[in-house]
Design a protein around this ligand. Structure first.
Ligand SMILES: Cc1cc2nc3c(=O)[nH]c(=O)nc-3n(C[C@H](O)[C@H](O)[C@H](O)COP(=O)(O)OP(=O)(O)OC[C@H]3O[C@@H](n4cnc5c(N)ncnc54)[C@H](O)[C@@H]3O)c2cc1C
Length: 441
């Protein structure tokens, strides 16, 4: 079988603020070296890959499993995100089937992922600021209230509880008068994502070998399946691809998953006086009801996170200069929300890559004999891709369940044209969707 060359690799620029705030790792990095052999190879040590490894170890004890990542576990998108492990998001228009049916499915998938994460952090005492603070889905301008109303109607139809918060109460809770209205749903958990992802990677079960800083440069279908890395090769009976934005680089869901690059910044910790000046709030998280609006968090260590860009970026990784060029936009969002915190600046700035599909469906299933793939997170993969990773293991082992059937029944990611048509279409589409962003930015 011919080798499939992986034509673009992730690059760790060591800028991830969440990762840089962590204490030194408890274990050194182990790389792919020489000729290695396992029953299972999993590529990607993010939420999907780590959950898949745990599940295979549970279902097939005694099998040997390698989890291979181009970087260090917890320093890819899994550690670079805004840390909302969401239970429910507003339904985008192009959802699959009726909105309520799509909601029900996605809530079940997210709940499964949240449950698995909770199990792992409880079992291993993973310290990741896990806090069920809920999610404020907010509008900064009345012209976006209609979007909140539509979300509320879906929540009502599903019988899901929420609280509607108006400007005054929001200001008291958040310490900013920027937002005019929000729906608070209680199930979302806020986490320090790099602490969570690293914690999951450092507590993998017996039989799982973590191999980091080992980019897979090519793979070929078996038997045996072979992966080639700079330091050596890995052969395996079965292969799980859990590389999310890089799945198309492995040949999976090539005409369905599109990568986007997001940039986030994290301030220094507020002083006691600054914390009091904004009303000494508890940690909170806000996601704009406008898909391209800012995501903002107040963290347990009193930092403010702002993530306000989502860009079609075919080269995937940004250079340091490209990331730095996003800082003025992040600062503008911050100053608009906290004009009184003039002395507070951003200590960390980073970008990360995700995969999305036009119909918001995930890629999931068998892509070649013995080769399985799952991914496509639409920027909400902490809970969702944890679930998809674990379910991919069930799928590979033919361990049936209702939830697996529900995921197998998802339509594939909707077709997108190849480049350069995709570049043109994405640029036009994003420009149109960003219109009217105003104070949501
Ligand atoms: C700035 C930002 C904010 C976000 N905010 C949120 C949020 O608040 N909530 C939420 O749920 N989601 C959020 N996301 C998305 C979330 O991070 C992803 O959904 C999640 O990380 C996907 O998990 P995964 O395991 O499928 O993929 P990833 O976490 O992307 O893991 C894939 C891994 O594959 C590895 N890999 C790729 N190619 C190769 C190769 N050739 N060889 C070896 N390894 C390879 C990568 O290094 C990576 O570690 C955000 C993302 C970003 C960037």
């Amino acid at each position: 079988m011919n080798a499939h060359r992986v034509d673009m690799l992730p690059r760790n620029d060591d800028t991830c603020g969440w990762a840089n705030l962590l204490p030194p790792r408890p274990r050194p990095v182990r790389r792919v070296a020489g000729a290695m052999g396992f029953d299972w190879a999993i590529v990607g040590a993010g939420y999907a890959g780590l959950a898949a490894a745990r599940r295979i170890a549970e279902l097939a004890p005694g099998d040997t499993i390698a989890v291979i990542d181009a970087g260090r576990a917890g320093e890819g998108a899994a550690g670079r995100n805004s840390g909302f492990a969401v239970e429910i998001s507003p339904s985008p228009r192009k959802k699959i089937g009726s909105p309520e049916a799509a909601y029900r499915k996605s809530i079940r998938i997210n709940a499964h992922g949240l449950g698995l994460l909770r199990q792992a952090i409880d079992a291993h005492g993973i310290d990741c600021d896990w806090h069920q603070a809920g999610k404020h889905q907010a509008a900064a301008e009345p012209r976006h209230f209609a979007r909140l109303d539509a979300f509320a109607r879906h929540l009502d139809a599903l019988g899901l509880p929420y609280r509607r918060l108006e400007a005054e109460e929001l200001c008291a809770r958040l310490g900013t008068s920027h937002y005019r209205r929000a729906l608070l749903t209680a199930g979302t958990v806020l986490v320090q994502p790099a602490a969570l992802a690293r914690g999951l990677a450092m507590t993998l079960p017996d039989g799982v070998t973590l191999l980091e800083e080992s980019p897979v440069e090519s793979w070929s279908a078996g038997p045996p399946i072979r992966l080639s890395c700079p330091g050596g090769t890995v052969s395996a009976k079965r292969l799980l691809l859990a590389t999310n934005a890089w799945l198309p680089r492995f040949g999976a869901f090539r005409n369905g998953l599109v990568s986007f690059t997001l940039t986030a910044g994290l301030t220094r910790s507020l002083t006691d006086a600054e914390h009091r000046a904004i009303g000494a709030p508890e940690p909170w998280g806000v996601i704009s009801i406008h898909r391209f609006g800012a995501t903002v968090r107040y963290t347990a260590d009193r930092r403010i996170l702002v993530r306000n860009s989502l860009e079609y970026w075919p080269r995937m990784a940004m250079t340091p200069a490209e990331t730095a060029a996003r800082l003025p936009g992040i600062e503008a969002s911050f100053r608009a929300r906290f004009p009184g915190l003039r002395e507070v600046g951003f200590e960390h700035l980073w970008s990360g890559v995700i995969a999305a599909s036009r119909n918001f469906s995930a890629g999931f299933g068998t892509i070649a004999p013995g080769v399985f793939a799952a991914g496509g997170c639409n920027a909400g993969g902490i809970a969702r891709n944890t679930a998809l990773g674990a379910l991919l293991a069930d799928h590979a082992l033919d361990n049936r369940s209702d939830l697996l059937e529900a995921v197998r029944g998802l339509p594939p990611p909707a077709w997108v044209p190849p480049r350069p048509f995709l570049d043109i279409g994405a640029a036009l589409d994003l420009r149109r969707r960003r219109r009217g962003l105003g104070a949501e930015f």
